[in-house]
Write a protein that binds this ligand. Structure first.
Ligand code: ADE
Ligand code: ZN
Length: 345
């Protein structure tokens, strides 16, 4: 019953890397279609390799997905497959990561990514009523100079970019390294976000706040190690996009029952649930929410609170936020017993 309630509930996703939504089957088929040789002998063998010990190991597999994409159409198709999943899961607004640098390094133009993502979002709106936008990240382990070069490549397309983030290998690459480039991004009127406190300690979250002035933090789970940071995050209600199954898959928590999301919620932080790389971690948004509800003390009310936080934390227009809230309220009003606790279902 609870599963059905969560599955059908209108949702907003704010943290999802599009290549991370490529199922092993899609990756396999694209590799064969595009004559890209991969070292796995079957789809099952590839799928079996979706086992990670840490973020760095995961990033290697994630990059394999980017290598089999050989045309704008391929990338567009990957996006549209994700949007179809959004329809299935009633995700009505989604803000999606896809890094331009990766494809530029493969010899493509920045338009390769911009056109594919922009085109897919237009079609998602027209075909499914899904809104959202595209958020490339600077790849932090490539360093500050590459990030600056990325900004030079992207800035002519700023009207098609919703936000710029900071992703990939975290430890050793604090946001402070990218301070100057992010100042330019902010001056251009683009929203700034960053992965911080996923694997690295709470200082990285402070650096994202103080040095690059983020409007939202991707992950942020290690904030609990610093009481004054927790106070700051509660007071400012800076949104944290938490990805539970990603954290378990990358061994930040031993299993879902150990996840600190309930504590973050209890402390009054502006947390919400997202999928990060749903195909690699075997859980889209609905499955992430269900897993939290089933394996932790988060109640149904907590799930609803986080669904509201996701709407508020999005970069949707005020008008669209109102619509998203009203769609959620409508849904809740037709599920009157929705205020009961998870344990009562
Ligand atoms: N790129 C894709 N998934 C990521 C994650 N969880 N952290 C950092 N970079 C990523
Ligand atoms: Zn991420």
């Amino acid at each position: 019953m609870l599963k059905k309630f969560i599955k059908n509930m209108p949702k907003v996703e704010l943290h999802m890397h599009v290549e991370g939504s490529m199922e092993a089957k899609t990756l396999w088929e694209l590799a064969h279609q595009n004559n890209y040789k991969i070292e796995y002998n079957s789809i099952d063998e590839l799928k079996a390799a979706y086992e990670f010990h840490n973020l760095t190991e995961f990033i290697d597999m994630y990059m394999l997905g980017t290598r089999v994409i050989k045309s704008e159409q391929d990338l567009y198709d990957v996006c549209m497959t994700y949007f179809k999943k959004c329809v299935e899961q009633n995700i009505q607004h989604t803000e999606v990561h896809c890094d331009i640098r990766t494809y530029v390094d493969y010899g493509y133009s920045p338009e390769f990514v911009i056109n594919a993502l922009h085109g897919a979002f237009i079609d998602a709106k027209n075909n499914y009523g899904i809104t959202g936008g595209f958020m490339p990240c600077f790849i932090r382990h490539l360093g500050a100079e590459v990030a600056q070069a990325d900004w030079d490549l992207m800035s002519p397309f700023k009207d098609k970019i919703l936000a710029i983030g900071l992703s990939a290998v975290e430890v050793g690459y604090p946001p402070s390294l990218f301070k100057e480039t992010f100042a330019k991004v902010r001056d251009a009127g683009i929203h700034v976000i960053a992965h911080a406190g996923e694997e690295a300690p709470a200082d990285y979250i402070w650096s994202a706040i103080n040095d690059i002035k983020v409007e939202r933090i991707d992950h942020g789970i290690r904030c609990l190690e610093d009481e004054s940071l927790v106070d700051y995050l509660r007071e400012t209600q800076l949104p944290l996009t938490v990805c539970p199954q990603s954290n378990v898959a990358l061994k930040i928590f031993k299993d879902m029952s150990q996840h600190t999301l309930p504590l973050m919620l209890e402390k009054g932080l502006n947390v919400s649930i997202h999928s990060d790389d749903p195909a690699h971690f075997n859980a889209y948004l609905t499955e992430n929410m269900i897993s939290i509800a089933e394996n932790t003390s988060v109640t149904k009310d907590g799930i609803i609170k986080m669904a509201k936080n996701a709407i508020n934390g999005s970069f949707a227009s005020q008008q669209r936020k109102k619509e998203l809230h009203s769609n959620l309220e409508d849904y809740l009003s037709h599920h009157q017993d929705s205020n009961s606790q998870v344990s009562a279902w």
